[in-house]
Design a protein around this ligand. Structure first.
Ligand code: HEC
Ligand code: HEC
Ligand code: HEC
Ligand code: HEC
Ligand code: HEC
Length: 482
């Protein structure tokens, strides 16, 4: 037998192949490292605790596969670059070249399957609430926490933020990479500006679950409010919201008329926040359209700016991330007995504590001290009141913490809810009219002090069954106790 024709086992032959040059060897080492790393991390992930956190997920699904793929690419690259040396080695193994070829094919197939599986896991992970909400937690924390309180807590972030299909995924990842760089370098806007201009159209997100033509009829709204007086007196607004929608015969009425399939509302906003809307039009399915403008604004040419078609998000902009105003948050807490009403001036003093300037670290203790000081008499705090105030301080801290992130410049009213007068009156101010002045978008005109004039227009959106009444009798009619 010739010395260079020695029969060697399959494993050894492969080993020789993989060690035939430094590039291939390094590639092999990287692949091995990635596999061992992955196995260890998956094991740790399953142990739970801190190991189940988003960073371990990030490494297992993004970093390890990336290293593996790099190694996988280096193996053939090295073999190709050093193909002369390879040819010599193969010549040495000429007794069983077929089994070598087979081994390479099988191993490549196994590797592709592995990459595919891990890659699928990675894509899946990158679509998870955990990845979106926690991997960049300091930035996304406000949205993540508000999402957890929203009616959409069980809807994955990507269902609303990423268009379905491969294109949507790629766009989101490109955009996400840009955002990730922004987070790493600290170069992103605070607060994150809204409206989100590249938000996926509602047709591909909201309307996958909600049926826009659904007739919703009217909806009773009972809103409890409390004053800042000594006895924290209450009053209740009772509204019948004319939510409407599309009736079975195709006609449409009420608030959801805007999403009726036969007509679209298009508008031009002259500011990025979309608060100024001087020009809008209703386009009907038969092609007819009607342009409404603010006084002094010509119908043609329309003002410069994006022509936007109104969808769910022009009103429900806070469907997953609602932040509160301090007064509203306190009203809800009083109404649900999370705060007692028999501590004099509690709303007023709670407002002061909430509106003072705090960092997230100092807020709980600062609010507590602020409150204690407000109730401290000459001999300190009443012994009976003290434990109750401790309880109040906890609730106030919770309210403050869920609405304020100073490092992101997110505070009270950074993100107003547009499904309220603020949003509606951008168009429904009683001023937008057709060129001949005959057609006017309904809405309350402003009085000299800026307050809306009470006219029939109020009732087109809702019937106010009671307003500012201490004890609305109408609630009795509904069998609702106060
Ligand atoms: C039900 C749909 C929905 C879900 C689920 C959802 N979002 Fe949003 N999100 C929105 C809408 C709508 C906006 C746009 C608000 C605007 O333009 O004013 C938004 C805005 C944002 C913004 C911009 C800042 C802001 O507060 O407006 C961030 C960041 C964000 N979402 C992150 C997330 C994360 C992270 C998750 C998952 C934990 C998530 N979203 C889940 C609908 C959703
Ligand atoms: C994956 C399905 C899904 C998607 C996508 C979705 N929703 Fe919802 N939404 C729901 C469900 C389910 C509820 C009912 C929750 C409940 O009653 O607790 C709901 C409730 C609501 C409500 C009523 C909230 C309330 O307080 O009663 C509004 C408004 C709403 N969604 C708007 C939207 C908007 C706007 C979008 C798009 C940005 C959207 N939804 C996307 C499933 C979805
Ligand atoms: C013109 C603004 C506007 C648009 C556009 C709009 N909505 Fe609404 N929607 C409202 C208002 C206002 C209410 C009444 C909610 C309230 O005050 O409780 C409402 C109520 C709802 C409710 C709750 C109904 C109930 O009975 O509890 C759902 C769900 C909803 N909208 C989903 C959608 C979806 C999905 C779209 C897009 C296809 C959409 N809305 C478009 C303003 C709008
Ligand atoms: C971008 C402009 C725009 C915004 C914002 C807007 N609307 Fe409208 N809305 C219109 C136009 C245009 C019409 C049709 C003209 C008319 O009926 O006066 C209309 C019609 C309506 C109608 C009458 C439908 C019917 O029964 O005939 C109601 C009710 C209504 N809007 C409620 C609301 C509410 C509530 C909001 C805020 C949550 C709102 N709109 C926000 C433009 C807007
Ligand atoms: C274009 C539609 C529209 C018009 C016109 C309109 N409103 Fe409203 N109104 C709304 C919406 C939407 C809400 C929000 C309901 C909610 O708080 O969820 C609301 C809420 C209210 C509330 C309850 C506020 C609270 O927090 O308790 C009162 C009171 C009210 N409106 C009075 C009026 C009066 C009075 C007029 C006439 C001058 C009027 N509205 C005109 C759409 C409208």
């Amino acid at each position: 037998m010739e010395p260079n024709q020695e029969p060697v086992g399959a494993f050894l032959r492969l080993h020789r192949l993989l060690r035939s040059n430094w590039i291939t060897s390094t590639g092999t080492a990287l692949m091995t490292l990635a596999v061992f790393g992955l196995v260890t991390l998956v094991g740790m992930h399953m142990m739970g605790g801190v190991w189940a956190g988003p960073y371990v997920g990030l490494v297992t699904t993004l970093v390890a596969p990336a290293v593996f793929v790099l190694g996988l690419a280096m193996v053939p690259a090295g073999l190709f670059l050093y193909r002369k040396r390879l040819a010599e080695r193969v010549a040495q193994l000429s007794d069983r070249p077929m089994s070598l070829a087979r081994a390479v094919v099988v191993l490549t197939a196994v590797n592709f399957a592995a990459v595919g599986t891990v890659g699928y896991g990675g894509v899946h992970y990158m679509s998870s609430v955990e990845f979106c909400g926690k991997a960049c937690h300091s930035v996304m924390q406000p949205e993540y926490e508000s999402f957890l309180r929203s009616p959409h807590q069980r809807v994955d972030c990507v269902k609303c933020h990423v268009a379905p299909g491969a294109q949507g995924f790629v766009e989101a990842k490109l955009n996400g990479t840009k955002q990730l760089l922004g987070v790493i370098t600290g170069d992103y806007q605070r607060p994150i500006p809204t409206p989100v201009h590249n938000l996926v159209a509602a047709e591909h997100t909201c309307e996958q679950c909600h049926w826009p033509e659904k007739y919703l009829g009217t909806k009773l709204k009972v809103k409890a409010h409390f004053r800042e007086d000594e006895k924290v007196s209450g009053y209740t607004n009772v509204l019948l919201m004319r939510t409407g929608g599309t009736r079975p015969d195709g006609s449409s009425e009420g608030i959801h008329w805007h999403v009726h399939p036969d007509a679209t509302v298009e508008y031009v906003a002259t500011d990025a926040a979309r608060t100024q809307i001087p020009w809008l039009r209703v386009v009907r399915k038969d092609g007819t359209q009607q342009v409404y403008t603010k006084p002094g604004v010509p119908a043609e040419p329309r003002p410069a700016g994006e022509l936007r078609t109104m969808d769910c998000n022009d009103c429900h902009n806070r469907s997953a991330h609602a932040f509160e105003l301090p007064g509203d948050a306190l009203d809800v807490a009083f109404a649900n007995a999370m705060l007692p009403r028999d501590i004099p001036f509690l709303k007023q003093r709670a407002m002061a504590a909430l509106q003072a300037v705090w960092t997230r670290e100092e807020a709980p203790e600062g609010i507590r001290k602020h409150l204690m000081q407000a109730y401290a008499g000459q001999g300190g705090i009443d012994a009976q009141l003290q434990p109750r105030l401790e309880q109040v301080a906890k609730e106030l801290a919770a309210i403050w913490l869920r609405n304020n992130w100073p490092e992101r410049k997110l505070g009270w009213n950074s993100y107003p809810d547009l499904a309220t007068h603020v949003g509606c009156f951008r168009c429904h101010d009683g001023e937008h009219a057709t060129a001949d002045g005959k057609g006017v978008v309904f809405g309350p005109k402003r009085m000299s002090d800026g307050a809306p004039l009470r006219d029939g227009s109020c009732n087109r959106c809702h019937t106010v069954l009671s307003e500012n009444e201490e004890d609305p009798a109408v609630l009795d009619a509904f069998g609702l106790t106060r």
